[in-house]
Write a protein that binds this ligand. Structure first.
Ligand SMILES: O=P(O)(O)OC[C@@H](O)[C@@H](O)c1c[nH]c2ccccc12
Length: 357
C-alpha cells in the first residue's frame, strides 16, 4: 500500500498523468460538486471492499480531469476497464441515473407520489400462491434479452406476455427496466401496470441510488431489487427503510455465503433471493440455492421468517422440486417461460401441472 508520498508499483499520481493532457482546472460550482461526488464514490468503494464487495461503484482511474487531490493515483494497467459485466452495468447506470436525476429531481418525483396508485402486497401474493398451490409462488419475468443469452424473445410484446403470465398462474411479475443490457424499459413497467394486470410488479433494475427507488414507485412498481454484490450494508439498511416508507417490498439478492451472511445480519429484511447465476461470470448452478440454505443459515432464515426466492436457471419440474426441497417458497423465472409461444403453457410445463386453478 502506498502512503501517499510514494506511488506504489504500476501507479502514477493522478496529477502527474494530468499535467500533459488536462485542460485548466474548472472551478465552477457544478464541477466542484462532480469532484465531491467522485470522492464520495471512492470512499464508498473502500467501505464496500471491507465487506467483501468486489464490484466498484465507479471507474477507479477516472476522477474528473480538473481534480487536483494530491494523494490520488491513477492505476496504469487497469485504467477505466470494468472487470466484469456487473461492474460495467453499474458504471453505466451511474451515468444514466445522473442524467435522469437532472431531468426529474427527487422533489419532482415526491410530488408525483401524492397521486400514485397504492402498492400491492408482493410478499403476501407469493405466500398465498404457495399456500394455494403447494409449489413455490412464481415471479414470472418479462425479459426480452440479457447479456448472457442475447435476445431471448424476438416478437416481444410486454403487455401480452404479462397477461399470459397472469392467466397461467403467476403470483407476481418481474419487469426488466434496464435498456442497455436487457432491452427493458420503464415504459414496459408503466404499460403493464396501466393495462390492469393485477399481479404485483417487481422493478428489475440495478439500483445504486435511493432516487431510483422513488422513480420505480412512481412508474408503478410494487417491489424493487437490491443486489448485495453491489450495495454495502449501509445502503441495504437505508434502502430497505425507504422501501418500507414507500410501501414497496425489497427483494434482496445474494449469490454467495458472504453476501447471505451480510444480509442475515441486517434487521428488517423479509425477502431474500438466491441467484443461481453468478452475475460476474454468468455461470449458472441451481445447487447454489441448496448450498446457501443449508445448516445454520437455513435455521436463521427460518427463525427470522424470511421468504426465500430461488432465482435463475430453472427449466423443469425437477428443478422446481429441487429448490423447493432446499427450502424456497418462491421462484423467479425468465428464460424458460418467456421463450414459449404461449407463456401461460410455459408455466404449466415448468411446474408439471396447471397452477392457475
Ligand atoms: O432467465 P432466468 O435464468 O430464468 O433468470 C431470471 C432472473 O433470475 C434473472 O433475470 C436475474 C436474477 N437476478 C438478476 C439481476 C439483474 C438482472 C437479471 C437478473
Amino acid at each position: 500500500m502506498s502512503n501517499g508520498n510514494e506511488p506504489s508499483l504500476g501507479c502514477l499520481p493522478v496529477h502527474q498523468s494530468r499535467v500533459d493532457s488536462a485542460p485548466a482546472a474548472d472551478e465552477s460550482p457544478g464541477n466542484a460538486l462532480k469532484t465531491k461526488e467522485w470522492e464520495i464514490g471512492m470512499l464508498q468503494d473502500e467501505v464496500a471492499a471491507t465487506q467483501g464487495i468486489r464490484i466498484r461503484r465507479r471507474p477507479p482511474s477516472g476522477p474528473p480531469l480538473h481534480y487536483v487531490g494530491p494523494f490520488e493515483f491513477r492505476l496504469q494497467n487497469e485504467g477505466n476497464t470494468p472487470r466484469n459485466i456487473l461492474e460495467e452495468i453499474v458504471w453505466n447506470k451511474d451515468t444514466e441515473v445522473a442524467q435522469m436525476k437532472e431531468k426529474q429531481p427527487l422533489a419532482t418525483l415526491k410530488k408525483y407520489l401524492d397521486n400514485a396508485p397504492p402498492t400491492r402486497d408482493f410478499i403476501g401474493a407469493l405466500k398465498s400462491a404457495y399456500e394455494r398451490t403447494g409449489v413455490p409462488g412464481l415471479i414470472a419475468e418479462v425479459k426480452k434479452a440479457s447479456p448472457s443469452r442475447g435476445v431471448i424473445r424476438e416478437d416481444f410484446d410486454p403487455v401480452e406476455i404479462a397477461k399470459a403470465y397472469e392467466k397461467g398462474g403467476a403470483a407476481c411479475l418481474s419487469v426488466l427496466t434496464d435498456e442497455k443490457y436487457f432491452q427493458g424499459s420503464f415504459k414496459n413497467l408503466e404499460a403493464i401496470r396501466s393495462a390492469g394486470v393485477k399481479c404485483p410488479l417487481l422493478c428489475k433494475e440495478f439500483i445504486i441510488e435511493a432516487w431510483q427507488i422513488y422513480y420505480a414507485r412512481v412508474k408503478g412498481a410494487d417491489a424493487i431489487l437490491l443486489i448485495a454484490a453491489v450495495l454495502p450494508d449501509l445502503d441495504l439498511r437505508y434502502m430497505t427503510k425507504i422501501c418500507k416508507m414507500l410501501g414497496l417490498a425489497a427483494l434482496v439478492e445474494v449469490h454467495d455465503e458472504c453476501e447471505m451472511d451480510r444480509v442475515l445480519g441486517i434487521e428488517g429484511i423479509e425477502l431474500v433471493g438466491i441467484n443461481n447465476r453468478n452475475l460476474e461470470t454468468f455461470e449458472v448452478d441451481i445447487a447454489n440455492t441448496k448450498n446457501l440454505l443449508e445448516g445454520e443459515r437455513g435455521r436463521i432464515i427460518h427463525e427470522k421468517g424470511i421468504l426465500v426466492v430461488g432465482e435463475s436457471g430453472l427449466f423443469t419440474p425437477a428443478d422446481i422440486a429441487y429448490v423447493q426441497d432446499a427450502g424456497v417458497k418462491a421462484v423467479l423465472v425468465g428464460e424458460s417461460i418467456v421463450k414459449q409461444s404461449d407463456p401461460a403453457k410455459g408455466i404449466s410445463g415448468l411446474f408439471g401441472k396447471d397452477i392457475s386453478l
